[in-house]
Design a protein around this ligand. Sequence first.
Ligand code: DP6
Length: 328
Amino acid sequence: MTTSSTSSAKAVAHTNIALIKYWGKKDSQLIVPYTSSLSLTLDKFYTETSVRFDPTLPDDIVKIDHQEVAGKSWQRVHDFLTIVRNLAGMKDHAEVISHNQVPIAAGLASSASAFAALAAAASKAAGLTLSSKDLSRLARRGSGSACRSIFGGFVEWRRGTNDLDSYAVPLKQSALNDVAIVALTVEKKHKAVSSREGMNRSVTTSPYYPTWVKVAQNDLSDLKVAINANDFTKFGNISELNAMRMHALTLSAAPDFMYFNGETLTAMNEVKRLRHDGIECYYTIDAGPNVKVLCQQANLDAIVSRFTKLLGQERVAVVHAGPGVHYL
Ligand code: DP6
């Protein structure tokens, strides 16, 4: 780690979709997870963030999508900036301006791209020059999934056991390079349990949590084998299964909760119908009702057309593998 005298910087980071999910913190303060996870960074959805440290500012200012934010969102950015200030040995406050590039209502604006972009911009603006590994460790402190958005393509977050050894690495080989994702926007009927609260409740109350820790490990090794063998069928099956195993932890928590709604189930059934019709695809779902359909380029048009009929064009978006964090 070295320092220089820059006081402002701008970075862009892309969101990622987990294929093997991160669901549970061993250390909530440092965000060290119980299990390793694996994701694909996406091309179309990203966050662009600029950070400027200014000794004359009385406090941090945070603007997201043209709106100045306060309360919990401000606090989370402020706490993250304080980690950066401590690392750089400085006290200045900062102005943070952030824009999310997400098609209207795609529900893919994420804390992953937000904190990856913030980590890159804030650390550079504070005069730090971090390695990708240290940038990943820093992004992790903002939001666990953000540590994976430092890298492009398939990325593994190795759980580690502490702040120093819990970070993401890009997969060395990935023979599987024609994966496409059809992102479906499903109507939100009520406010979901946040992923932070949801995973905490799963860890502390689901009797199946210890089993999850074991199976997630196996799912991860199997998925890596599938990716390296260019075996899309295996890749899709494992991803779908792992997502359902994660959601089983919400159903088995006390009190129980669920991220699916009626439309989520309709979309899941449609994926199964497509498979039955010989059009290979699989689903994965994060901490919300939206469904992401994994497929290969050859079947993309057929799948898009089926979901466009079902949900309407504005709720169907196609994305592919995207790049890691970079500076503007
Ligand atoms: C279901 O990274 O948003 O998307 O670390 O509390 O900020 P915090 O959680 P977050 O959780 C992501 C959960 C998930 C699975 C995943 O991305 O691996």
